[in-house]
Ligand binder design. Structure first.
Ligand SMILES: Nc1nc2c(c(=O)[nH]1)N[C@H]1C(S)=C(S)[C@@H](COP(=O)(O)OP(=O)(O)OC[C@H]3O[C@@H](n4cnc5c(=O)[nH]c(N)nc54)[C@H](O)[C@@H]3O)O[C@H]1N2
Ligand SMILES: Nc1nc2c(c(=O)[nH]1)N[C@H]1C(S)=C(S)[C@@H](COP(=O)(O)OP(=O)(O)OC[C@H]3O[C@@H](n4cnc5c(=O)[nH]c(N)nc54)[C@H](O)[C@@H]3O)O[C@H]1N2
Ligand code: SF4
Ligand SMILES: [Mo]
Length: 698
């Protein structure tokens, strides 16, 4: 049989490597890395290589399903697309009729590129409410850096740097296709590596300087870096003078964060703080590489991301080769999170103002960032600030992904109507009234530009969808038609041509080249004469934020559930718990049902120092209960010497294959969803308290 090869973009994770799929008889038969891809350079990981197991999985949902019998039950019957979409349309329209358009929320997990299509739909329907976990992912980073410099700190130029500072970031597991090649280039050329991480990841262990901090104390540490740099006159004086505002206020403020004092807060020896800060400031160009887990999952996430941005700024590393670049996707307003589609921006002001979260978190009303799930829950349970009665979830396992799972599950049960779009059954789809089966990324045409530096990629489908799965864009088109949203796009081609308009290409034309890049611009502020901030300068002291009730300088806040804030609780729960360090074989709660991947990491494993394990009388491979004030879960002991004896780490996303797995194995049963970061709604899932309890032998 003839084999064809299709170059496309993988979407098993956000790295979006270039892959070449071999196709035979209409099926994907082999997968290779694409050597020509400008980021991944031929790399592929086990998840991407396992995509055939996903596409042709015996459990894949391949027809629409409608719940029958008890609403709290789990019985579904196969339905036609016409009937399923008809039912969804009817229920959404009924909700709008009774409670207003804002009572309907569409949500997505890591969005899988769906944000534009969902937002446009919502705008035409009349709801400002697109929900996503940006508040525990890239959102705080975007907000903290954009309020300081006018752009996100998301484009580190690792390949050309002399010093890389990986802060709460383990790109080897989390973003290999996007960053690994560049990092290795930089390291080969002799760049110094600094890693700030409570765990000895492979990168931490090979770093020149590994700062093993107490989880959740990052803001104190970054303020101490800034202290050392200012105190010793190591900042870029010309840049600070010309391009920043509020330097004197910053200098005065950080005087209080001497390394000796910060050592007692962060557990990082003062000498190490001084050395790392000095190396970072003097190596130049240096680059800050912020993670999205560690820096975006804390009660002071906004302050941390601001602090990191200030660090890059005062050392003269903004928009310079080897520093933190300011890349713009070629499609600009029509990029993945572009303002073109943003539902609130396309609604009348009074309707836009209803965006959930905007009243509590003022910045959310100003920028195209999704509603935090934690702002949606009270609307479902208590009708606050108004009732939300219907929810549609695209690529999101809310019950397992979001903190405090028991609460999330009971919130979802309170809805009048829930529909889910997912490849597989999950503890979330179980609660749905309707389940719709989406096409896999290899089965759908799309364009990719979220966090793709200055690139835009074509993702042509390699094969037709497994019958009767459907491209989610077509699902939305079908739904729009049923609901009379006549202004919605009419075909996938029309959608993709629309997105490509800014680069003057049609999708058919783009397929021939596959990649489009804008040239990287350096020091754009010199050409325009300003940073895109209210003062036109880098806001070291952001006076304008005080008007929104936000502190003008980054404030360190102790983790609310930690040894310092809650000594009482610490006596009962004497271990600090951090969660969700990425594993290369899994994407969040996905992939546990893929045999080749599960084999590599079959169980949730608690990383714990051998001395602590010995003290507690637990040993390698033993199953124990991990308890927090909320609940307890089952987890397997994995001795791990490269962690402070007072800290443990638990992975997230386990549930599959065990009866009641969402309750028994899922770490989010024990995490908390309050109190949140008051500016970004970030959730504190990287620093909590826990204890271990012995289990009767199995
Ligand atoms: N404790 C703890 N919890 C965390 C984190 C942590 O660090 N610690 N991290 C958080 C973060 S940063 C995030 S972003 C969230 C992510 O949370 P989610 O995005 O909800 O997580 P996933 O498990 O990747 O995806 C959910 C579902 O999407 C389905 N899916 C995959 N691809 C597609 C597709 O193309 N279309 C459709 N319709 N479905 C698809 C999968 O089958 C899966 O069931 O988790 C958060 N949860
Ligand atoms: N394979 C795989 N890749 C993924 C994902 C996945 O689920 N699987 N998820 C994707 C998503 S949505 C996201 S948001 C990114 C996240 O990407 P990253 O932020 O790079 O990933 P994490 O592993 O969550 O966190 C990075 C490191 O932070 C450390 N850390 C934990 N607590 C703290 C702390 O308090 N302070 C500091 N400084 N460090 C801490 C952890 O030990 C970990 O090694 O990954 C993306 N890539
Ligand atoms: S790292 Fe793996 S899953 Fe992620 S895009 Fe690359 S091949 Fe796909
Ligand atoms: Mo994320």
């Amino acid at each position: 049989m003839a084999t064809t090869k299709v170059k496309t973009i993988c979407f098993e994770c956000h790295s979006r490597c270039g892959l070449v799929l071999e196709v035979e008889g209409g099926r994907v038969t082999a997968v290779h890395g694409d050597k020509d891809h400008p980021h991944s350079h031929g790399y592929s990981c086990p998840k991407g290589r396992a995509c055939m197991e996903i596409i042709y999985h015996p459990d894949r949902i391949t027809t629409p399903l409608i719940k029958v019998g008890e609403r709290q039950g789990t019985r579904f019957e196969k339905a036609s697309w016409d009937d399923a979409l008809g039912l969804v349309a009817e229920r959404l329209l009924a909700s709008r009729e009774q409670w207003g358009a804002e009572s309907v929320v569409f949500g997505s997990g890591t969005t899988r590129g769906m944000a534009p299509y969902i937002n446009r739909f919502l705008a035409l329907f009349g709801s400002p409410n697109f929900m996503a976990p940006s508040n525990m992912s890239g959102g705080p980073l975007a907000l903290g850096s954009a309020t300081t410099t006018g752009f996100g700190l998301v484009d580190p130029d690792y390949a050309n740097t002399r010093c890389m500072l990986l802060w709460a970031h383990n790109p080897e597991n989390s973003w290999p296709g996007l960053y690994l090649y560049d990092i290795n280039q930089g390291l080969k050329k002799g760049a110094t590596l600094i890693v700030v991480d409570p765990r000895g990841t492979r990168f931490a262990k090979k770093a020149d300087h590994w700062l093993r901090l107490r989880p959740g104390t990052d803001v104190a540490l970054v303020l101490s870096f800034i202290h050392v740099i200012i105190e010793n006159g190591l900042y870029d004086k010309a840049f600070v003078e010309q391009w920043t505002s509020g330097f004197d206020r910053l200098r005065e403020y950080v005087a209080d964060f001497a390394p000796e004092k910060v050592e007692s807060i962060t557990w990082v020896p003062a000498g190490q703080i001084k050395t790392a800060a000095t190396v970072f400031a003097t190596a130049r160009p240096s680059v800050v590489g912020p993670g999205m887990g560690g820096v975006c999952q804390a009660n002071d996430a906004f302050d941390l991301t601001r602090g990191l941005t200030i660090l890059a700024a005062i050392t003269g590393n903004l928009e310079v080769p080897g520093g933190n670049l300011n890349c713009t996707p070629p499609t600009r307003k029509r990029s993945c999170y572009g303002s073109d589609y943003d539902a609130p921006r396309n609604l009348p002001p009074d309707q836009a103002a209803k965006k959930l979260g905007a009243d509590t978190y003022p910045l959310f009303g100003l920028v195209p960032i999704p509603c935090p799930p934690q702002a949606v829950w009270p609307a479902i349970t208590d009708g606050k600030p108004y009732p939300v009665r219907a929810l549609g979830l695209f690529a999101n396992n809310s019950v397992c992904a979001y903190p405090h799972s028991a609460r999330v599950r009971s919130v979802l049960q309170r809805l009048d109507f829930l529909f889910c779009v997912d490849y597989f059954h999950t503890p979330t789809t179980e609660l749905a009234d309707v389940i719709l089966p989406p096409a896999h990324w290899s089965e759908r045409d799309d364009v990719e530009d979220l966090l793709m530096k200055n690139h835009l990629f074509c993702q042509p489908k390699a094969v037709e969808p497994v019958p009767e799965c459907r491209d989610e864009k077509e699902i939305l088109i079908g739904l729009a038609q049923k609901m009379g949203l006549t202004e919605y796009w009419k075909s996938v081609t029309e959608i993709l041509d629309y997105r490509l308009e800014p680069v003057s290409m049609t999708f058919a034309e783009f397929k021939k080249t596959g990649v489009f890049a804008n040239p990287v611009e350096y020091k754009r502020y010199e050409k325009t004469g300003r940073f895109r901030t209210p003062s036109g300068k880098v806001e070291l002291y952001a006076e304008y934020l005080t008007g929104l009730g936000i502190a003008p300088l980054p404030v360190f806040r102790e983790p609310d559930e930690g040894p310092v804030s809650r000594p009482d609780l610490y006596r009962e729960y004497p271990l600090i718990l951090t969660t969700g360090g990425r594993n290369i074989v899994y994407y969040h709660s996905s992939h546990r049902n893929i045999p080749s991947l599960r084999k590599k990491a079959p169980d949730p494993e608690l990383q714990i120092h051998p001395d602590t394990a010995a003290d507690l009388g637990v040993s390698e491979g033993e199953w124990v209960y991990l308890a927090t004030p909320r609940a307890k879960v089952e987890i397997k002991i994995r001795l791990f010497a490269d962690i402070d004896p007072r800290v443990v780490h638990a992975p997230h996303g386990f549930w599959y294959g065990v009866a009641d797995g969402w309750r028994r194995l899922n770490i989010n049963m024990v995490t908390n969803d309050e109190p949140l970061c008051p500016v970004t709604a970030s959730v504190p899932i990287k620093s909590l308290l826990c204890r271990l309890e012995k289990m009767a032998p199995r």
